[in-house]
Design a protein around this ligand. Structure first.
Ligand code: NDP
Ligand code: MG
Length: 392
């Protein structure tokens, strides 16, 4: 039939659940055929989603969950698979559109598989672009599909970019909520736990991005993401703190005009746009009430309290694999912070030290070189964390 075939990588996460909600709002099984969905540990939800959307294939990233997934889907006719190779197969299975919403670098290989076969990619996972940069963009171009950002800032920029006016773009202005510690001192931040850090003022999101919003590493990743998506120079990327998260980001042009996209903080708008682009879908999401909002505030970001922004700028200026190194060291530091092994402020210290240790690593020209730099940064971050514990 003429149903749209779609794949959702990371269907059990915050973005994945919102994607299935949008799919249902836009006609569900009458309008879409689901080639594959993937999850990791939430097997009950994965099985429930597979049955509800009629997925052909359900994959868990973790092989130890295979029996549970198999049991949950027995007799349904839904194919079941597990492990890293199966994730890549889910990405490679023919479909028109793929939501890339696996968290972390684990999302890279399956998203590359989808990009290489020419699927349109709704890109939520930012680690793909941060760590593989030009190589990821090249894989999409060679595959022939479209890359449509889902990250709210990048969706806003994508929506504010006028066709054929890219030469007139002066700057990209990424808005940042400032997170839960926007007004805190470094002394106050030093002692926080992951439970405190994960409470985001405006958005409800997965754990990694919530912690990344508190440390502003999320914005750091987004700066690199913006460079690759919009092909701008580092000095054209600005960050402005905007606590209400109503303006999702802006584009400044050579005539002094600034175009912005606004909306309630709800990822379904960006997901819907990526799914139906270049059309706009009709979505049941909250509408902005400007009178009630009354005001929009802005503040310059503080790179002393939030060193992640300075590190991103450093990665952009140095180029090569520095962004991949920043991303990998950040992921390891994030896990160590959540496990209570290091403090909140140690995350940026460890990332900076690993970046400094690896300045002599040049550019990656193959994915293997990206994976090698990623692995070395992880190992070095792990060593620093272990030494930190010994010293404590
Ligand atoms: P969640 O943590 O909510 O979900 C992550 C998804 O990835 C889940 O399906 C999870 O499975 C799966 N997963 C976890 N670990 C692995 C692994 N090792 N291998 C394969 N799959 C795995 O994250 P979010 O939905 O918040 O974010 C997803 C991505 O989108 C991130 O890159 C994030 O930065 C980006 N993003 C998110 C936004 C948001 O509002 N949430 C906004 C903009 C970007 P399970 O749950 O079954 O364990
Ligand atoms: Mg974002």
């Amino acid at each position: 039939g003429n149903k749209r075939r779609i794949t959702i990588l990371g269907s059990t996460g915050s973005i994945g659940v919102n994607t299935l909600d949008v799919v249902n709002q836009l006609g569900g099984r009458d309008a879409f055929e689901v080639a594959a969905i993937t999850g990791n540990s939430n097997i009950a939800l994965l099985a429930e989603q597979a049955k509800a959307c009629g997925a052909e294939l359900a994959v868990t990233a973790d092989e130890k969950h295979y029996p549970a997934l198999k049991d949950a889907l027995v007799g349904t006719g839904i194919e079941v698979a597990a492990g890293a190779a199966a994730l890549i197969e889910a990405g490679a299975r023919p479909s028109d559109w793929v939501m890339a919403a696996i968290v972390g670098t684990a999302g890279l290989a399956p998203t590359l598989a989808a990009a290489s076969r020419g699927a349109d990619i709704g890109l939520a996972n930012k680690e793909c672009l941060v760590s593989a940069g030009e190589l990821f963009v090249k894989a999409v171009a060679e595959g022939g599909g479209r890359l449509i950002p889902v990250d709210s800032e990048h969706s806003a920029i994508f929506q504010s970019l006028e066709d054929d006016q890219h030469h007139a773009v002066e700057r990209i202005v990424l808005t940042a909520s400032g997170g839960p510690f926007r007004t805190w001192t470094r002394e106050q931040m030093a002692g926080v736990t992951a439970d405190i850090a994960r409470a985001h003022p405006n958005w409800s999101m997965g754990l990694k991005i919530s912690i990344g919003s508190a440390s502003m590493f999320n914005k750091a990743l987004e700066m690199v993401e913006a460079k690759h998506l919009f092909n701008v120079r580092p000095e054209q990327i600005e960050v402005i703190v905007h606590p209400q998260s109503v303006i999702h980001s802006m584009v400044g042009y050579s005539d002094g005009s600034v175009l912005a996209q606004l909306g309630c903080p709800d990822m379904r708008t960006a997901i819907g746009y990526a799914l139906t682009y270049p059309d706009r879908p009709t979505l049941n999401v909250e509408r902005l009430d400007f009178a009630k909002l009354a005001r929009l505030d802005f503040e310059a970001p503080d790179e002393v309290r939030f060193p992640a922004l300075r590190l991103a700028r450093m990665a952009l200026e140095r180029g090569g694999v520095q962004a991949a190194v920043m991303n990998a060291a950040e992921e390891i530091s994030f896990h160590a912070f959540c496990a209570g092994r290091i403090g909140f402020l140690d995350m940026a210290d460890i990332v900076e030290r690993v970046m400094e240790e690896m300045t002599s690593h040049g550019s990656a020209t193959t994915m293997d070189q990206v994976f090698a730099a990623d692995a070395e940064a992880r190992r070095r971050a792990g060593d620093l964390i272990a030494r930190n514990e010994l010293a404590a």
